[in-house]
Design a protein around this ligand. Structure first.
Ligand code: PLP
Length: 635
């Protein structure tokens, strides 16, 4: 019988808030492993991420790994579309929903292929924000009932491509973001003899509180002001092209946490839309952009990394607001487009990495560290330890800090050796650990000490690069759920921040969600000799893969798409991560030339007798093998 601890999978789920952010996709099984819930021929099957990761390693793919689950992408596409279909039915709304997936959120070929294939049943389209994205959209989106929405600044080549695509039967909408684009579209349309499907992006005055609030409100960078919209309408009318103006678009910014802000923006937008109809434009389509949030911290609140609504409420509110304004103004109900990206892609990928080492904030269990050379301050620290009792714990805490500071000062003036300094540090950490344990057992600890453990955290060094795999964690303090993917029937006894293997002090994760609260450290287990300790970072499918960079020349991780068939894991689309040669070539080196340069040094070393010719051979093959190898720490 396996030994059961008093820590249950349910407690683990609560501790890491997996019950909130994991939704119906992730949970903890009775073996204490995180499982992903996948569709197996209509039946839900739970796969252990720990087993999947081990399986990858056995197949020669070392950690870190990115696991992708196309089933979760499908589930989100389905839920979003079904939410709008239900809301439209419930509100007796007289037009359709036609969502589009913004390519920039995750442009990987597997994503675009899945979005277009699975999404076809809903005529789910694509949003392109640049020429390359439009070229991609035209290659993958051939459903004449789905939309391709062209946002972003456009040159004449971009516009020509869109016009030619419409001629070929695709519903490509050119959304004007700048007043000057109107003249360019008119000119290209006349030159090619093709009428565009035209849209305009409008600026709303409604603001929101998200990190991307600068994308909303009157001061936002993108979109046309009311004067510019009216000017563009007059210009179109003057060349007899007002009949091409069919779509109004707005974008509130990403990750809008509060549903009231979504309602407010929808309401203001529909008022503008009605005015466009009154101006004589045919219209027929309203595009509400992105903004649909993801509940990264699982609290379903208005915190920046959460959202206080679900998909059904989002769809129902948008449809309700649009219908109310349309009925009031006697306006035909327009087709609704949304450009939700984050909510579609976030669940798709999970980053898995192993922990390489730990730096403990306090000495772990055991006896008092020995001291090899006695120094008066070290002796004082030992006396503090000897005298420590529950009734003088505050005094001992003060003394321990005083003597540690004293030791540091004496080291500074050359009166303490490095060895004595190190032994003093170890003694101090031991005393603090005893104080933490003592305070933890007290009903009424001294006020200053009641939080003493909370600010002392280990550093767990983990095999990944924050800059490559979680760039938003560094750039915009985005919170991602992190937790061990196994050992979850064992109570975690340490608290830690996680440092990556870049030699950059920003390369660390130090914001977590624990028990529904935002914390500076994560409860973790002590490492066991000879055993991998694997952590997962969840909900990383949106924006992370292509925003990542090559800091310290750490490249793309290995990737596998995981699905399940007849209860068995299927490893699909395994992609080897970047080799050292790959990342060198990204930064304009020629790997062969790098090897040649090193070979010169090796030969020089042989000539000067530092190494033998046989040693040169071994060193060269080691060097060349490393150039062909993975950029991360390999076990
Ligand atoms: N549409 C536009 C114009 C955007 O700029 C963005 C991204 O910010 C999106 C859609 C996707 O937004 P989200 O990921 O919040 O759904």
């Amino acid at each position: 019988m396996p030994k059961r601890s008093n820590f249950t999978p349910e407690q683990a789920s609560e501790l890491y808030s997996c019950t909130g952010w994991g939704r119906e996709f992730f949970s903890v099984n009775e073996n204490g492993e995180v499982v992903v819930h996948l569709n197996d021929n209509g039946k839900k099957t739970k796969l252990s991420l720990f087993e999947v990761a081990k399986g990858m390693k056995e197949r020669g793919f070392d950690y870190p790994l990115l696991l992708r689950f196309r089933d979760l992408l499908d589930a989100q596409i389905r839920d979003l579309n079904e939410a709008f279909i239900s809301a439209i039915k419930d509100h007796d709304y007289k037009a359709n929903y036609r969502g589009v997936y913004p390519i920039k959120v995750n442009q990987q070929q597997q994503v675009i292929e899945e979005v277009t294939e699975f999404g076809r049943q809903y005529h789910y389209g694509l949003e392109a924000g640049s020429k390359p994205e439009l070229l991609l959209a035209m290659a993958y989106m051939h459903d004449p009932e789905a939309y391709i929405i062209c946002n972003g600044y456009k040159d004449s080549e971009f516009i020509d491509l869109a016009l030619q695509g419409s001629k070929m039967g695709l519903q490509i909408v050119i959304v004007v973001e700048m007043p000057s684009e109107i003249d360019l579209v008119i000119e290209r349309s006349k030159a090619l003899g093709i009428l565009p499907i035209l849209g305009m992006r409008v600026k709303l005055s409604s603001c929101n509180n998200s990190h991307w609030q600068h994308s909303s409100g009157e001061n936002s960078v993108f979109g046309l002001t009311p004067e510019q919209v009216i000017g563009s309408i007059d210009r179109l009318r003057s060349v007899d092209m007002l009949h091409c103006f069919k779509l109004m678009h707005f974008h509130q910014g990403s990750q809008v946490a509060d549903i009231r802000e979504i309602r407010d923006a929808a309401s203001e937008a529909m008022r503008i839309y009605v005015q466009l109809v009154n101006e004589g434009a045919p219209m027929g389509i309203i595009d509400i952009g992105g903004g649909l949030g993801v509940d990264y911290d699982g609290t379903r609140s208005t915190r920046p990394n959460s959202r206080n609504y679900g998909l059904p409420e989002y769809a129902a509110d948008v449809v309700d607001v649009f219908k109310t304004v349309c009925e009031e103004t006697n306006t035909t109900h327009p087709t609704i487009i949304s450009e939700s990206g984050r909510a579609i892609a976030a669940y798709y990928s999970v980053l898995i990495f192993n922990v390489l080492d730990v730096n403990h904030a306090v000495i772990q269990e055991g006896t008092r560290p020995s001291v090899t050379s006695m120094h008066p301050t070290l002796r004082k620290l030992m006396e503090v330890d000897d005298n420590l009792r529950a009734d003088n714990v505050q005094e001992c805490y003060n003394d321990a800090n005083y003597y540690r500071k004293d030791l540091k000062a004496q080291f500074f003036y050359g009166r303490v050796t490095l060895r004595q300094h190190a032994e003093g540090n170890r003694l101090f950490k031991f005393v603090i650990k005893r104080i933490i344990d003592m305070v933890g057992a007290m009903e009424n600890p001294p006020e200053e000490l009641s939080e003493i453990g909370a600010n002392l955290h280990d550093v767990y060094y983990a095999n990944f690069s924050l800059f490559q795999s979680l760039p938003d964690s560094w750039a915009i303090d985005q919170l991602f759920p992190v937790m061990p993917i196994h050992r979850l029937t064992e109570k975690p006894t340490r608290t830690a921040v996680i440092a990556d293997i870049t030699c950059d002090c920003d390369g660390r994760i130090d914001t977590f969600v624990v028990d529904g609260e935002i914390t500076k450290a994560l409860p973790l287990h002590p490492l066991k000799d000879g055993e991998d300790y694997l952590l997962g970072v969840f909900l990383v499918g949106a924006y992370q893969e292509t925003l990542g960079d090559l800091h310290n020349l750490l490249g793309d991780t290995h990737v596998a798409s995981i699905s399940v068939e007849e209860g068995k894991v299927r490893y699909l689309h395994e992609l080897e991560g970047d080799t050292v040669a790959d990342v060198l070539s990204y930064v304009e080196y020629e790997p062969a030339q790098v090897v040649r340069r090193f070979r010169k040094l090796a030969e020089k070393s042989v000539e000067s007798g530092l190494i033998s010719a046989a040693e040169r051979k071994n060193i060269m093959s080691m060097y060349e093998e490393s150039i062909r190898g993975y950029t991360y720490f390999e076990s």
